[in-house]
Design a protein around this ligand. Structure first.
Ligand code: SF4
Length: 465
């Protein structure tokens, strides 16, 4: 069990007043060492808290006094202090198996931990879920959770997960729903494996067996150039159109039976099928925004000044970096006085010849029509993902090397903006940083309102994590 290390103390907070310092390791809260940030939060939720810390090998006791429910003011370096529960599956579509060798270790962790599902929105297959986990989820109110369904047919699901337990682990989904836990599901659709009739059967199975699910996202298989699974291939435009048609058909059925659409096709499907995105209103609470569902319409709406914060719900770190490297979770983090690569960025005002927004090939197709309203000044550059290759086109998987190549031939008198979703701890997936790029690049949060503010030259909070 690793001791949680303090990485930031909010100035003036109870922890700051008690003398806790960044670098301190938390040995115990009121005599107990929490297993994770959830237990930590529960233990810390009292007016007076005895904290034991290890400072450079010396154990110290401090008394933290909180007034009127103020937050403790500590940020620690990890969400789980015991071991992350890794998955016992061997899915042929697993993206972690499609990563090149030599990337940082944390990117290869195949987690299947309900706590990360609660904290970050990671999807869990429930193949390692237990009675004790169910009890904890229910008693501590760990809701919503995010469950990978893939297929409701037990044999097909077990085959896709390459794990016998895949045939039976959806019984935990039933138990979670019975206990009133809010659950969102996803189906990673692999062409020729669980699309067509299998997907039809899965959506019927959801209606029969799990109608309380809050949402189900159908997302396309990502295939990198490092894929070694012969049967895994990207969707053709026709196959993407068929998924969209099937999902929209089932939305009608769900609307008739449940009064809500329930199932949604990821934005990527609409791009692949060259179909317009459905209106924002049809996405309901846009609950799977971070899973690429309704993201394009939400971006467009926020860019045009519509406040949909409430509609999107609480957002945490998004994209591939959800839980790797102990990224802090919304609700459990204190304000950092000076976050790495972040803080307030005042855009340099000089005589730029215009602004170029760098993004992935999919993002560019969403941004281009939205930015067109600003005229020639603002342009979008679709950066091809040669690092991963295959059908990888999302901005969150852009790497420093591909950005270097894209920027190399561009003029230095333009302003370059980059969404923060491709950075974690200030680094790209390939380990490069924005300082390695040939031209200065300003990192902006990956939402429409922030990008609009940045394009209009207003200060924005850079969200590099
Ligand atoms: S459950 Fe997730 S992490 Fe595990 S093998 Fe399947 S896709 Fe990969």
């Amino acid at each position: 069990m690793a001791l949680p290390r303090v990485v930031a103390v909010a100035p003036g907070s109870p922890a700051d007043r008690a003398g806790v310092l960044p670098g301190d390791e938390i040995v115990a809260l009121d005599g107990q060492l929490p297993r994770d940030i959830i237990e930590y939060q529960l233990l810390a939720d009292q007016a007076e808290l005895g904290l034991e810390v290890n400072r450079g090998g010396v154990e110290l006791s401090v008394l933290v006094r909180r007034e009127g429910g103020e937050p403790l003011g500590l940020e620690v370096d990890a969400a789980l202090f015991d071991q992350v529960r890794t998955c016992d599956n061997h899915c042929e579509f697993c993206f972690i198996h499609q990563l090149p060798k030599g990337m940082r270790k944390s990117l290869y962790v195949r987690d299947d931990d309900y706590r990360l599902s609660f904290l970050y929105g990671n999807f869990t297959t429930l193949t390692r879920f237990t009675e004790a986990d169910l009890e904890r989820v229910v008693t501590e109110g760990l809701s919503p959770l995010f469950v990978s369904i893939h297929a409701t047919d037990p044999e097909i699901r077990a085959r896709m997960l390459r794990n016998r337990r895949g045939a039976t682990s959806l019984r935990w989904l039933r138990a979670l729903l019975d206990a009133g836990v809010e659950v969102h599901g996803q189906v990673v659709v692999c062409p020729g494996v669980n699309d067509g009739e299998v997907l039809e059967g899965t959506l019927a199975g959801v209606l029969d067996e799990y109608p309380e699910l809050s949402s189900v996202a159908c997302v396309p298989l990502g295939v990198s150039r490092f894929n070694r699974e012969q049967s895994m291939r990207p969707h053709s435009p026709g196959e993407a159109a068929a998924v969209v048609a099937l999902v929209e058909d089932w939305q009608g059925t769900y609307l008739d039976c449940l009064g809500r659409r329930l199932v949604y096709a990821a934005d990527e499907y609409y791009l692949l099928a060259d179909r317009p995105f459905p209106p924002l209103e049809s996405y309901g609470a846009v609950a799977q925004h971070d899973n690429g569902v309704g993201m394009a319409r939400a971006f467009e709406a926020t860019f045009n000044g519509r406040d949909i914060e409430g509609e999107l719900g609480e957002k945490g770190p998004s994209g591939f970096f959800r839980s790797v490297e102990g990224a802090p979770t919304t609700g459990y983090r204190s304000e950092r006085a000076n976050c790495a690569g972040g803080g307030e960025v005042r855009f340099r005002r000089r005589a730029w010849s215009g602004t170029t927004v760098l993004t992935g090939t999919y993002g560019a197709r969403v941004l281009a029509p939205v930015l067109a309203a600003l005229g020639e000044e603002a342009q979008v550059l679709a950066v091809r993902n040669d690092f991963f290759g295959g059908n990888i086109g999302v901005a969150g998987l852009l790497t420093g090397s591909d950005l270097c190549a894209a920027l190399a031939g561009l003029p230095g008198d333009r302003r370059y903006l980059l969404p923060d979703s491709c950075l974690s701890g200030g680094r790209f997936l390939d380990g490069l940083t924005v300082d390695d790029l040939p031209w200065p690049v300003e990192v902006v949060p990956a939402d429409g309102a922030s990008l609009r503010r940045a394009l209009l030259g207003e200060p924005a909070m850079a969200g590099a994590r």
